[in-house]
Design a protein around this ligand. Structure first.
Ligand SMILES: CCCCCCCC(=O)SCCNC(=O)CCNC(=O)[C@H](O)C(C)(C)COP(=O)(O)OP(=O)(O)OC[C@H]1O[C@@H](n2cnc3c(N)ncnc32)[C@H](O)[C@@H]1OP(=O)(O)O
Ligand SMILES: Cc1cc2nc3c(=O)[nH]c(=O)nc-3n(C[C@H](O)[C@H](O)[C@H](O)COP(=O)(O)OP(=O)(O)OC[C@H]3O[C@@H](n4cnc5c(N)ncnc54)[C@H](O)[C@@H]3O)c2cc1C
Length: 664
């Protein structure tokens, strides 16, 4: 049983927690990656929780744009100092989940830690790393990743910022020739960072070598003023993440030393000789790394949303289930269970998928360091697919959780608005989802064709080698995975055939690709979904622990499988891998799983082990005292400081005094 059991809570939640039939702590350890990691996370959390510096002077919603930014910059700088004092690696803190909730609407240094530093370590040579990392370590350099421009985000080859090598002075000249060449979006660029890793078109001797990365100083290290030749600013309020300090940047023939080109993979020698990288897309390496991390981040955001929605659904009573009987907990409605429980299963699916793609990332990059690039295309497809799937599943999941809380889910004090804006932007950044799905599709179609020509395929696509033949009526987990393979195979072979038919009618390949791209998106998503399902099944098979925890995992896994078969039933029917009767049986099973999992729902989300400060939600607190919290939070509105607001005297009273003259 959970160590939380003894803490007071409303009777509804107490009743739910008493129903718990598994060891909550064991599930917490699993999600953390082991007992030691749970202990470390809790230790870090206690350090964070005892810091008064993290208390917002007023709810940030009521602060100005400028004050919100300044408040979050204060907290993120405090964290750096604190971790330094406590001798804790800041990355350990940020990767441990303990830091969730400290920064409310974005961290002005997030891109510094998670995109800029990996760019320096992944793209610069040992000598460059030594110089720059020392300055980063001692807080002389804070940086951002400046790639996207006003005119081009997705299409990197279309970037307009130029870096032209001047052989005489051994410098690069950075320039933004047009308005559309303005760098736009980089986090922290506005007023926080003093350096940037800038993606620019490399020109040597009049020849363009494509996008390359450069280390560029933007602000004076002492005064923080922007340097001559550099124009900087913030891009203004956004849908969310308003304190990330997203900025713009223009260069006017701005000179940097030759060695400020990041030279791990490609180089420009003093005499202007260009040394090309061992793989043309190595300069895109940072994006692969960040995409891998997004799978984990979105999983954690979904954990927060389901915790809030589940606890609230256990506390909220509404309507009558049986006429004349007291209002039931809304979690007793099957439709409510169907909103929430599949999202809980999604958390686990994303959790296992995130772990496997992180493992894949480290093993492939280790091989690449030894010069073997053969697995890079597979890693690119896998990381792109999982980034797209996790971002869209999690943001849809957060929105479903919000809707499941009715009107109160729409209040800022539910924390759903922030959770939603934080999750949905992951659909756009680090590669817009549709674009990434098309990258996955490109890999799948190429693989399928390669198999047709008799070649062996890499692990994640090996099932495209020959038509899978699932055993009819086998609805076990393995049977369903076989059915998935057959359904994806059919989608891929049909789509490839369609591209060929369009080409045969005289259309060129690229136009044919565009005409089939809706179908291609389906192939990419189905392939990635299959990967996630397979990981879920295998990881649950391998899970160690007590029977009751394994039972929870098995039920969640089964719910995930039956839910996704149900949602995509057309693909299974078309491929003949499942019959109409099979689908009906699986849908019935899905409904009974909702019933089986419902009594454990509160305890499962308790296992995610967020404290109230982290959830920051009146609806999701541990004790379930929802209504008092909603009321107290409303009282904090500055409009409630006076009974009659100033605006009444200025606008409403004069109107009321004039009265209606015409008879409309
Ligand atoms: C808290 C909030 C923080 C937010 C932080 C967010 C930070 C950011 O957003 S930074 C900016 C991120 N920007 C992006 O991700 C841009 C997305 N665009 C791209 O990645 C590329 O331009 C892309 C992939 C769409 C197309 O690239 P392009 O060079 O035109 O490639 P394309 O012609 O389609 O493909 C060429 C080959 O390269 C391969 N390739 C493309 N990208 C990669 C890669 N990253 N790794 C390996 N191979 C790759 C393709 O698979 C293809 O291979 P093949 O020819 O064998 O089939
Ligand atoms: C919160 C946030 C933080 C960010 N942080 C950074 C940062 O730190 N550094 C940085 O450099 N950038 C950053 N970005 C920028 C981000 O990476 C880009 O917005 C993203 O890559 C998408 O590019 P875009 O905006 O040009 O969209 P576009 O490419 O213009 O997309 C618009 C539409 O066109 C479609 N489309 C585009 N190309 C194709 C195609 N080939 N086939 C089919 N459809 C297509 C897309 O699917 C989409 O529907 C950030 C963005 C956000 C929202």
């Amino acid at each position: 049983m959970s160590s939380h059991e003894t803490r007071p809570c409303v009777p509804d939640l107490k009743k739910e927690r008493l129903k718990c039939d598994f060891n909550v702590e064991e599930l917490t350890n699993l999600i953390d990656g082991g007992k030691e990691k749970t202990a470390l996370r809790r230790k870090l959390r206690s350090v964070i929780s005892s810091e008064s510096a993290y208390i917002d002077p007023i709810p940030p919603e009521y602060m100005s744009h400028e004050d919100q930014f300044s408040n979050e910059l204060r907290k993120t700088c405090h964290t750096a100092m604190l971790m330094n004092k406590q001798n804790i690696d800041i990355k350990t803190l940020q990767l441990s989940k303990a830091y969730i909730g400290v920064l409310k609407d974005g961290d002005p240094l997030w891109v510094h830690y998670h995109v800029f530093i990996p760019s320096i370590t992944g793209q610069s040579d040992p000598e460059q790393q030594k110089i720059w990392m020392e300055k980063i370590r001692t807080w002389k350099i804070f940086g951002t990743y400046a790639q996207t421009e006003l005119g081009h985000g997705t299409f990197l080859r279309g970037l307009e910022t130029t870096a032209t090598y001047d052989r005489e002075t051994r410098e690069f000249i950075l320039n933004s020739p047009t308005i559309t060449a303005t760098k736009w979006w980089p986090g922290g660029l506005g007023h926080t960072v003093n350096f940037a890793a800038v993606m620019a078109q490399l020109y040597v001797g009049g020849k363009c070598y494509g996008p390359h990365m450069f280390m560029v100083q933007l602000r004076d290290e002492n005064t923080h003023e922007s340097l001559p030749g550099v124009t900087l600013g913030e891009i203004g309020p956004r849908f969310g993440l308003n304190t990330n300090g997203n900025g713009f940047l223009r260069f006017d023939h701005y000179r940097i030393p030759r060695r400020n080109m990041l030279m791990k993979h490609a180089q420009v020698l003093e005499d202007g000789t260009y040394v090309k990288p061992s793989h043309s897309k190595l300069s895109y390496g940072t994006m692969v790394r960040v995409r891998v991390g997004i799978v984990r981040d979105t999983c954690i955001q979904l954990q927060q949303a389901v915790t809030i929605a589940t606890r609230y659904s256990a506390v909220r009573h509404q309507s009558e289930l049986i006429p004349g009987e007291p209002e039931p907990q809304i979690l007793d409605y099957q439709t409510q269970q169907f909103k929430i429980l599949p999202q809980i299963s999604s958390v686990f699916a994303l959790f296992f998928a995130a772990n496997s793609v992180i493992d894949a990332y480290y093993s492939v990059t280790a091989q690449m360091d030894l010069g073997d690039m053969s697995l890079l295309p597979e890693l690119h497809a896998l990381s792109s697919g999982l980034k797209a799937l996790s971002a869209s599943d999690a943001s849809r999941g957060v929105e479903i959780c919000r809707l499941s809380c009715g009107g109160h889910g729409y209040l800022a004090s539910s924390n759903f608005p922030r959770l939603y804006t934080q999750t949905t932007c992951a659909i756009t950044y680090e590669g817009e989802n549709t674009v990434l799905w098309l990258q996955v599709a490109r890999y799948i179609i190429k693989s399928y064709r390669s198999a047709q020509n008799g070649n062996n395929l890499k692990h994640s696509v090996s099932y495209l080698s020959k038509q899978p033949r699932p055993v009819r009526g086998d609805l076990s987990n393995n049977g369903l995975l076989e059915a998935f393979k057959a359904a994806v195979f059919k989608l891929v072979s049909d789509t490839e055939g369609r591209i060929q038919r369009v080409c045969a009618k005289g259309q060129n390949y690229h136009m044919a690709w565009n005409q089939c791209s809706l179908q291609l998106l389906k192939c990419a998503e189905a392939h990635t979904r299959f990967y996630v399902c397979e990981q879920f099944v295998r990881k649950v098979e391998m899970a160690k622990g007590t029977e009751n925890v394994k039972k929870i995992l098995k039920n969640l896994c089964r719910l995930y499988l039956t839910h996704h078969v149900s949602v995509n039933s057309g693909d299974f029917l078309k491929s003949g891998s499942l019959s109409q009767n099979d689908i009906a049986v699986l849908e019935e099973e899905m409904c009974s799983l909702l019933e089986v999992l419902r009594p454990q729902a509160v305890s499962i989300v308790d296992a995610f082990d967020f404290d109230d400060g982290q959830l920051n939600s009146c609806l999701g607190c541990w004790d379930g005292d929802v209504y008092q919290r909603l009321y107290d939070e409303a009282l904090k509105s500055p409009l409630n400081k006076t009974d009659v607001p100033e605006a009444y005297y200025k606008y409403l009273r004069p109107l009321m005094q004039v009265g209606l003259k015409s008879s409309l």
